[in-house]
Design a protein around this ligand. Structure first.
Ligand SMILES: Nc1ncnc2c1ncn2[C@@H]1O[C@H](COP(=O)(O)OP(=O)(O)OP(=O)(O)O)[C@@H](O)[C@H]1O
Ligand SMILES: [Mg+2]
Length: 294
C-alpha cells in the first residue's frame, strides 16, 4: 500500500530537497519502489535527479489538464545516478518545469482546487509504489499548491536547520495543518516528525544548544524529533551537482601485500559521512514505520 510523505516548511534552505532525495534513494536501496514528485517552482529536485525539468511533461500537466494520463508525466531515474549500486527502476519522478510557477494561478480557477493532487495520485495503480514523496518550495502555506500537497499527504516530514527561523517556519505551518484536518480535507493527516539538518558538531549526542532548544520545542508541541540528525557536511553540494546519489560508495583500488611478499590489487568501498547520517535516519524512520504497522 502506498504512503504519501511530503516535506513542507515555510523556510528556505533547510534541507527539504536534500532530505527528500536521501529518503527516496535510501528507501529504493532497501527495496522499496518510490515515486518522487517535484512541486517546487525552483525545480531543484528535478534538476538534481538529472535535468528532468527539461522533459516535455510535468506536474503542471497532471494537475491542470482534465483528461491527462498521469503515467505520461512519470520518468525513470537513470541508472548512472546510482553508480556502483545495482538498482534499476526503483525510483520514478514526476518533475516540475518552468510552468509550475504559474500553477497557483491556474489551480485557483479550477473546481475542487485543493484536491487536484490527491485525485491525480488516486489514478495510479495502488501496487505501483510503496512510497510517494513530495518536495515543496519555501512558500506561503496558504498557497494552493502547498494546500494540495498537505491534502494529499499521509504524513509531513519537517527537516529543520538549527536556528530560530526554522521554528518560525514550523509555527507557520501548524495552524494550516490543523485547519485542513478540521475542514475534513484530510482528517487522517499526521506529522511524521522533525529531522534536524546541517547540525554543526559530532555524529552522536551533539551538545549544540540550539539542538537542545529544538528538543524542548518538539516536546512542547508533541512532535516527534528524530534521535538521529544530519550533520553539516561539505560533500553534500558536490554530490548533488554531480547528479549522483549521496549513497554512492567511493570505490578505490589499493595494493595489498600478502605474507609471501606478493602484491595484489584489492577493491575497497567506503561510505561518505553524509550517507552514514542519512542511513541512520532512514533506519529510524523505518523502525517507526514497522511500529505503526504492528
Ligand atoms: N547536511 C548538509 N550539509 C551541508 N550542506 C547541506 C546539507 N544539506 C543541504 N545542504 C546544502 O544546503 C543547501 C540547501 O539545501 P536544500 O536545497 O536541500 O534545502 P531546501 O530546504 O530544499 O531549500 P529550498 O527551500 O530553497 O527548497 C543546498 O545547497 C544543499 O546542498
Ligand atoms: Mg528545495
Amino acid at each position: 500500500m502506498k504512503k504519501i510523505i511530503s516535506v513542507v516548511l515555510r523556510k528556505g534552505g533547510t534541507g527539504k530537497t536534500t532530505t527528500l532525495m536521501a529518503l527516496a534513494d535510501g528507501l529504493a536501496i532497501r527495496g522499496e519502489k518510490v515515486l518522487v514528485i517535484d512541486l517546487d517552482s525552483q525545480m531543484n529536485l528535478s534538476m538534481l535527479y538529472g535535468n528532468f525539468h527539461l522533459k516535455e511533461k510535468s506536474i503542471f500537466n497532471v494537475l491542470t489538464e482534465k483528461s491527462f494520463n498521469i503515467y505520461d508525466a512519470i520518468y525513470e531515474i537513470p541508472i548512472d545516478y546510482f553508480k556502483n549500486i545495482d538498482i534499476k527502476g526503483k525510483i520514478d519522478i514526476i518533475p516540475a518545469n518552468s510552468y509550475v510557477d504559474q500553477l497557483d494561478k491556474a489551480l485557483d480557477e479550477m473546481m475542487r482546487k485543493e484536491e487536484r493532487l490527491i485525485r491525480a495520485i488516486q489514478k495510479l495503480n495502488p501496487g505501483d509504489y510503496d512510497y510517494i514523496l513530495i518536495d515543496t518550495g519555501p512558500i506561503n502555506v496558504t498557497n494552493i499548491v502547498i494546500t494540495n500537497v498537505i491534502v494529499a499527504s499521509d504524513e509531513i516530514l519537517l527537516p529543520a536547520r538549527l536556528e530560530e527561523l526554522s521554528y518560525k517556519g514550523i509555527e507557520l505551518i501548524l495552524p494550516r495543518i490543523e485547519m485542513i484536518i478540521e475542514e475534513d480535507l484530510n482528517p487522517e493527516l499526521k506529522i511524521n516528525g522533525i529531522l534536524a539538518t546541517q547540525v554543526i558538531g559530532k555524529r552522536k549526542n551533539t551538545n549544540d544548544n540550539l539542538y537542545n532548544r529544538l528538543k524542548e520545542y518538539a516536546a512542547k508541541k508533541n512532535i516527534y524529533l528524530y534521535n538521529n540528525y544530519i550533520r553539516n557536511l561539505e560533500g553534500v553540494p558536490a554530490k548533488q551537482l554531480a547528479h549522483e546519489s549521496i549513497f554512492n560508495p567511493k570505490v578505490f583500488e589499493k595494493d595489498v601485500i600478502k605474507k609471501d611478499g606478493t602484491v595484489t590489487k584489492h577493491r575497497f568501498t567506503t561510505q561518505s559521512e553524509i550517507a552514514k547520517d542519512y542511513n541512520e535516519f532512514i533506519d529510524e524512520f523505518l523502525e517507526r514505520e514497522e511500529r505503526k504497522d504492528a
